[in-house]
Design a protein around this ligand. Structure first.
Ligand code: PLP
Ligand code: COI
Length: 353
C-alpha cells in the first residue's frame, strides 16, 4: 500500500533518557489509515503527531469499540533498531478485532505499515540501558451514528513513545493487592482481547490499591473469585516448590507475548512449567507455609517485574524477603538480553529494521 508521508515542520528535541518514565512523551509523527466497508483499508499516512478530530457520535466515544497493542523497538549496541516478536502482536490484534467486531488488518499490511512507521521514527529509540521505543498500535470504530451494531468505519493508528521503566520501582519488587471485590473479565467476555474497556473496568480497583500503597491489583476469576487470573498490566507467574506455575489461558486473561516467551525460555532451560488453574487458597497456603519461593509479573511495558509483597483480605505476605529471585532474574536477563541484542537470539524472536 502507498503510505503518504507528511513531515512535521519542526522536529522536537529528544528527551534526556533519565526522565522518560512510561508513555508521557511522544515522537514527531503518527501513522493512520482508515477503513470503510466499501473501500476496505485506505488512505495510509504518516503525519505529524497531533490531536485526532472525531464526530461527536463516533462509535468509540459511546460504545467503546477500541482495541490496542503494545510492543517495543530496542536499540542494540551496534546502533541498529529491532522489534521483538511483532507478528505476535499483529495476530493478537486481529483476534481482538474479531471479538470487538472491528475490521481485520491483513498481517502483511499491518507488518508493512508498522515497520515503515518505525523506520521513520527510529531516531527516537533511546540507547540508555533499560530504555526503548514503546509502540502503541490502536484501532477504533468511527461510525457517525448512534445505532449499536458492528462497525462499518474504523481508524487504525500507531503512536510511539520513548520509555524507561513502567513501574517507579524499576526492576525492584512491586507490591500487589489481590482484588476480591471488582472483577476484570469473565469467560465469554472480552478478557482475552486487548480492548480499552477491560482497562476502564479495572481502574476502580487499581485506584483503591494505589491509595493503600500497592502498584496494581491481581485479579481473581469473575465467577467464583477463586482462581488467579492476571495483574492489571501483566501476566503472573509463581515458583511454588520446584514447579513454575502460571494461570492457564481460560479466555478471560490476555495471552501475553512476554508470558509465552517466558514459558518458552523456561522450557528450553529444563524447568517444569504448568499452565493450570491456581486458586487463591493454594497461593495463600504456599505463602503461609513458605513454598511460594518467587512471584513475578511479565508484560511488554512491565518487562519482568518481581513481586515482593501480596496483600489479600488485609493480610500481607512477603515473597522471597522482598527480593528478586533466581528464576525471575534469569528470565529478566534472558529476555532483555535478546531484546537489546546482548545475547544470541536462538529463538528467532527479533526483527532488525
Ligand atoms: N495482561 C494485561 C492485562 C496486559 O495489559 C498486558 C500488557 O500488554 C499483559 C498481560 C502482557 O502482555 P504482553 O506480554 O503481550 O505485553
Ligand atoms: C503493554 O505492556 O504493552 C501494555 O499494554 C500494558 C499497558 C496497559 C500499560
Amino acid at each position: 500500500m502507498d503510505i503518504k508521508f507528511v513531515k512535521a515542520d519542526a522536529l522536537k528535541e529528544k528527551p534526556d533518557s533519565s526522565t522518560l518514565g512510561f508513555g508521557k512523551i511522544f515522537t514527531d509523527h503518527m501513522f493512520m489509515m482508515d477503513y470503510s466497508r466499501e473501500e476496505g483499508w485506505h488512505d495510509a499516512r504518516i503525519v505529524p503527531f497531533a490531536n485526532i478530530s472525531l464526530h461527536p457520535a463516533s462509535t468509540v466515544l459511546h460504545y467503546g469499540s477500541e482495541i490496542f497493542e503494545g510492543l517495543k523497538a530496542y536499540r542494540t549496541a551496534d546502533g541498529t533498531v529491532q522489534l521483538f516478536r511483532p507478528m505476535e502482536n499483529i495476530r493478537r490484534m486481529n483476534v481482538s478485532a474479531d471479538r470487538l467486531c472491528l475490521p481485520q488488518i491483513p498481517e502483511d499490511l499491518a507488518f508493512e505499515v508498522l515497520t515503515e512507521f518505525v523506520k521513520v521514527e527510529q531516531d527516537w529509540t533511546p540507547s540508555a540501558s533499560g530504555t526503548s521505543l514503546y509502540l502503541r498500535p490502536f484501532m477504533f470504530g468511527n461510525d457517525e451514528t448512534l445505532g449499536v451494531h458492528a462497525v462499518h468505519n474504523a481508524t487504525f493508528a500507531i503512536i510511539a513513545s520513548p520509555v524507561g521503566s513502567y513501574y517507579k520501582e524499576g526492576i525492584n519488587p512491586v507490591k500487589i493487592m489481590i482484588e476480591d471485590e471488582d472483577v476484570r473479565a469473565v469467560r465469554g467476555g472480552t478478557g482475552f482481547a486487548k480492548c480499552g474497556g477491560n482497562y476502564a473496568a479495572s481502574n476502580r480497583a487499581g485506584e483503591r490499591a494505589e491509595k493503600k500503597g500497592y502498584s496494581q491489583v491481581l485479579w481473581l476469576d469473575g465467577v467464583e473469585r477463586k482462581y488467579i487470573e492476571e495483574v492489571g498490566a501483566m501476566n503472573v507467574m509463581f515458583k511454588i516448590g520446584d514447579e513454575i506455575v502460571t494461570p492457564m489461558l481460560s479466555g478471560s486473561i490476555l495471552p501475553g507475548i512476554t508470558r509465552k516467551s517466558c514459558i518458552e525460555v523456561l522450557k528450553s532451560k529444563g524447568y517444569k512449567v504448568s499452565e493450570r488453574l491456581i486458586s487463591i487458597d493454594e497461593l495463600a497456603e504456599a505463602m503461609e507455609n513458605g513454598t511460594l519461593l518467587e512471584a513475578w509479573g511479565c508484560g511488554t511495558a512491565a518487562v519482568i517485574s518481581p513481586i515482593g509483597e501480596f496483600c489479600y483480605k488485609d493480610v500481607k505476605y512477603t515473597v522471597n524477603n522482598g527480593e528478586i529471585g533466581e528464576v525471575t532474574q534469569m528470565l529478566y536477563d534472558t529476555l532483555t538480553g535478546i531484546q537489546w541484542g546482548n545475547i544470541e537470539d536462538s529463538f528467532g524472536w527479533t526483527y532488525k529494521l
